[in-house]
Design a protein around this ligand. Structure first.
Ligand code: AHR
Length: 498
């Protein structure tokens, strides 16, 4: 089958938001300990953080990192993680049934971010804590020297305020699994009051209210409306979370997961704009898609609690080629919504449902899903273009008919570089792609075509074979100024043109 796409530099969705290439570090088993931090590791720096992992993170290219949770934050006392290491308490983290030593806390994390040139995005605990703790945490992190809390930070070795700009008001407060779970009315009030207090300290803060934990939540839609109705004037963003996996072996719907993301984002935008209308306001609440990924929750649910408690590792999924195609496609969808999605964080960064894996004391390697993220973050250009496409559809049980080709384009009007990201979502049929160059003076030149594709869609990378799945050159050629390429079934592509 053939698919043609037509683009025009005049038809823009909006500026590319670099915060769409975010990630997430939660205190959840091996994400922090033996993930980013392992003082006994041969590559550890003087702060105890792994250099081999840091190098992979730099190559991956995330821009903003959410911390410290996740479910963890709803039981977390930030004070446990600051001050002399010897005085920090060891606690049971109720959310994940884990012993938390607090060796890594806010100062260690924020200084690691500075060293790696990553923007931090902190979450306050609105599950078991409230307005006062948020005010105190904010002063500790961002306060100028001269008050008790900021001077505590100075004594702990960091005189300068960290100036963290963007803050999450709790985590997944709609979920019954959340410590301190609330109704939308309760949470909306608490979010408003916390945000009001935080803005008294600094009106320029960007604050994120909790939205829904997924689109299937019974309160989806109502939650956003009720919460935003209460904190509309105090927040800039509302969060969304989504994890995808093949449900009951339905791989075709899984490959079309971006369809769910699209409907999710559109519904939240519609709800936020409805609340704006009722508030007689033109304010556009933006979305922070601060947890998204492939996550095999069915496998996780099968594990009995005693095993979960005993295990060193937790939710360390191993990803295959098909999962990488889905991740690439989810990134495509996030870029397509750059007009209203301002932040997105893949969950998580290391070991826990992550693009980077480590062996304690040993190697670090890239999972398959590392590659579409790294290529998109590296090659996406400053403007996202609308893509008009014509081509075949595939039928899915979950979403009905969807386009077989899923694509987005980004453009640099200074250099004329055009980068198309595309996925062939069919499990069986290749696709012949043509890019119509008419709006680019009738001719386009090929710079590079890389793809993720394999005869075995379930191939994955391991410590022993870390480069089993890597991006390989695709088949693109240009004839009479028209780029064409064959996209194999279950494949993801980065097509660089100029
Ligand atoms: O990322 C793993 C968990 O998924 C997070 O802690 C939680 O917010 C979500 O349910």
């Amino acid at each position: 089958a053939n698919a043609t796409i037509r683009l025009d530099p005049m038809f823009t969705v909006g500026p590319l938001r670099r915060r769409l290439f975010g990630s997430f570090v939660e205190h959840l088993r091996r994400c922090v300990y033996t993930g980013i931090y392992e003082p006994d590791h041969p590559t550890a720096d003087e702060h105890g953080f792994r250099r081999d992992v840091a190098e992979l993170i730099t190559e991956l290219g995330p821009t903003i990192i959410r911390y410290p949770g996740g479910n963890f934050v709803s039981g977390y006392d930030w004070r446990d993680g600051v001050g002399p290491a010897a005085d920090r308490p060891t606690r049971l983290d109720f959310a994940w049934n884990t012993i938390e030593t607090n060796e890594v806390g806010t100062d260690e994390f924020l200084q690691w971010c500075t060293r790696l040139d990553l923007e931090p995005m902190l979450a306050v605990n609105l599950g078991t804590a409230g307005v006062r703790e948020a005010m105190e945490y904010l002063q500790y992190v961002n306060g100028k020297p001269g008050t008790a809390l900021s001077d505590e930070r100075v004594r702990n070795g960091h005189p300068e305020p960290y100036d963290v700009d963007i803050w999450c008001l709790g985590n997944e407060m709609d979920g019954p699994w959340q410590l301190g779970h609330k109704t939308p009315q309760e949470y909306g009030r608490l979010a408003a009051e916390t945000a009001r207090a935080m803005k008294m300290f600094d009106p320029s803060l960007q604050l994120i209210a909790c939205g829904s934990s997924n689109r299937g939540m019974p309160t989806f839609g109502t939650w956003e409306r009720e919460v935003l109705d209460r904190c509309f004037d105090q927040v800039e963003l509302i969060s969304a979370h989504a994890y995808y996996e093949p449900v009951d072996g339905d791989h075709q719907s899984f490959l079309a997961s971006a369809e769910d993301l699209d409907r999710f984002i559109s519904s939240v935008v519609a709800t936020a704009d409805h609340v704006a209308a009722t508030h007689k306001s033109d304010k556009q609440i933006m979305i922070s898609f601060d947890e998204w990924n492939v996550w095999f929750q069915e496998r996780f649910a099968d594990r009995d609690l005693e095993r979960v408690k005993a295990a060193r590792d937790l939710i360390e999924d191993s990803y295959d080629v098909q999962d990488a195609v889905v991740v690439g496609s989810l990134l495509i969808e996030l870029l397509r919504h750059t007009d209203r999605v301002a932040v997105a964080c893949q969950a998580q960064l290391v070991n826990v449902i992550a693009p980077i894996m480590t062996r304690p004391g040993g190697a670090a390697w890239r999972q398959t899903i590392f590659h579409p993220f790294a290529l998109t973050a590296r090659h996406a250009k400053p403007v996202v273009l609308d893509v008009a496409s014509r081509g075949p559809v595939i039928t899915t049980d979950r979403y009905g008919e969807v386009d077989q080709l899923h694509s987005v384009a980004t453009y640099d009007d200074q250099t004329g570089e055009l980068v198309i990201f595309a996925a062939n979502r069919s499990r069986t049929d290749p696709l012949q792609l043509t890019v119509d160059p008419v709006a680019f003076g009738g001719t386009l030149r090929l710079v590079e075509h890389l793809m993720i594709s394999d005869d075995d869609p379930h191939a994955h990378n391991t410590e022993e074979a870390p480069d089993r799945v890597i991006p390989r050159p695709g088949s693109a050629t240009v004839t009479d100024g028209r780029p064409t390429a064959v996209l194999p079934p279950i494949s993801w592509h980065c097509l660089r043109l100029s």
